[in-house]
Write a protein that binds this ligand. Structure first.
Ligand SMILES: Nc1ncnc2c1ncn2[C@@H]1O[C@H](COP(=O)(O)OP(=O)(O)OP(=O)(O)O)[C@@H](O)[C@H]1O
Ligand SMILES: [Mg+2]
Length: 317
């Protein structure tokens, strides 16, 4: 218990001037080196939370510490530990990536010679070296997104925070960004991101909090959250033709989704051997099986009663 959390939030509250209570007492702790997701539907309070942690907005009450440094008492010291990637692309389109990075470092008092070294490193990591001296306006959408991450990394933050970094970008760009973020995290930076995309949280994050209407309704390791679901789903790819009647497996539901795929739902504690025995008994040869990846989605809908994250997750494809 001697490690200082990368981010520690205690009973954080935010009421906007309009009277909207955006955060109603949020507490969470993110370990150093973690990859952490804040998941929640529209208006849950994710951006408000990130805005406060990155000092863009003032809290109404509560405590925020970044690597043990109190955001309120020692703001500039805490800020030096954080890199922020806002949701909207906000660099000057008429500057080159190289200049954007070097000038940004300048704001943070990094000497130019050092800034140039870092800029070249970050451009390489973002696979933008070839575009270093071209006008940013001409970059592709994915390149612009990677440049946003490269810029945040110029100050060598210990904590990188991203607000919906992949909102509205297509699946290929998203996958490329996941790779970049995994590399950044593997190199030791703690990463926190907000997302609507369950697939994103599931494939990137070790821990997560689900936020809904200003409250955390669930938090913990991704694996533990998924394990809370009592039903598991599998898809079986089958060799040859399926029999006219599928075997009955008590407690489980088995349906054919096409003439060589079976969809199985079964209680988590059920033994898969029973399933295989029943399939083999009916003369069905299973060539391969996959886990159905919509489990987090089910959990999310069940907790928030809102299918919209599920819809967002569908839209990506
Ligand atoms: N500047 C503001 N002034 C007044 N109310 C605000 C302000 N910003 C956000 N809100 C309100 O606070 C609540 C939380 O908004 P927030 O932007 O934090 O949600 P979010 O989880 O980021 O949503 P989204 O997924 O749509 O980005 C909403 O009810 C929103 O209308
Ligand atoms: Mg938001």
């Amino acid at each position: 218990m001697t490690t200082v959390p990368a981010l520690e939030i205690r009973d954080l509250r935010k009421t906007y001037a309009t009277g909207v209570e955006a955060l109603k007492g949020i507490s969470l702790s993110v370990a150093p080196g973690d990859f952490y997701a804040l998941l929640g539907p529209n208006g849950a309070g994710k951006s408000t939370l990130i805005g406060i942690v990155s000092s863009l907005a003032n809290k109404s009450a509560g405590e925020v510490k970044v690597f043990g440094v109190d955001l309120h008492a020692q703001r500039s010291q805490a800020m030096r530990l954080i890199g922020l990637v806002p949701q909207e692309i906000n660099f000057n389109m008429f500057e080159t990536p190289f200049d954007i990075l070097v000038n940004y470092a300048g704001f943070y008092g990094i000497p130019r010679a050092e800034a140039v070294v870092r800029a070249n490193q970050e451009l390489a990591r973002a696979q933008l070296s070839e575009k270093a001296k071209t006008m940013s306006r001409t970059l592709s959408g994915g390149m612009k997104r990677r440049l946003m991450i490269a810029r945040a990394m110029m100050t060598r933050p210990k904590l990188l925070i991203l607000d919906e970094p992949t909102a509205g970008v297509d699946i290929e760009i998203r996958r490329g960004m996941w790779k970049t973020l995994k590399e950044v995290n593997a190199a030791g930076t703690t990463v926190i991101l907000t997302t609507h995309y369950l697939e994103e949280a599931e494939s990137l994050c070790r821990n997560l909090a689900i936020i809904d209407r200003g409250r955390i309704i669930e938090q913990g390791p991704m694996k533990a959250l998924l394990a809370k679901l009592d039903v598991e789903g599998f898809l079986f790819d089958v060799d040859g033709a399926l029999p006219a009647t599928l075997p009955d497996i008590p407690g489980a539901t088995l349906v054919a989704t096409d003439d060589h795929t079976l969809d199985l739902e079964m209680p988590r504690e059920m033994d898969l051997n029973r399933v295989f025995a029943a399939l083999a008994g009916a003369g069905i040869r299973v060539r391969s099986m996959r886990t159905k990846s919509n489990r987090l989605e089910e959990l999310f809908v069940r907790l928030t009663g809102q299918p919209e994250a599920a819809a967002a997750s569908e839209k990506r494809a």
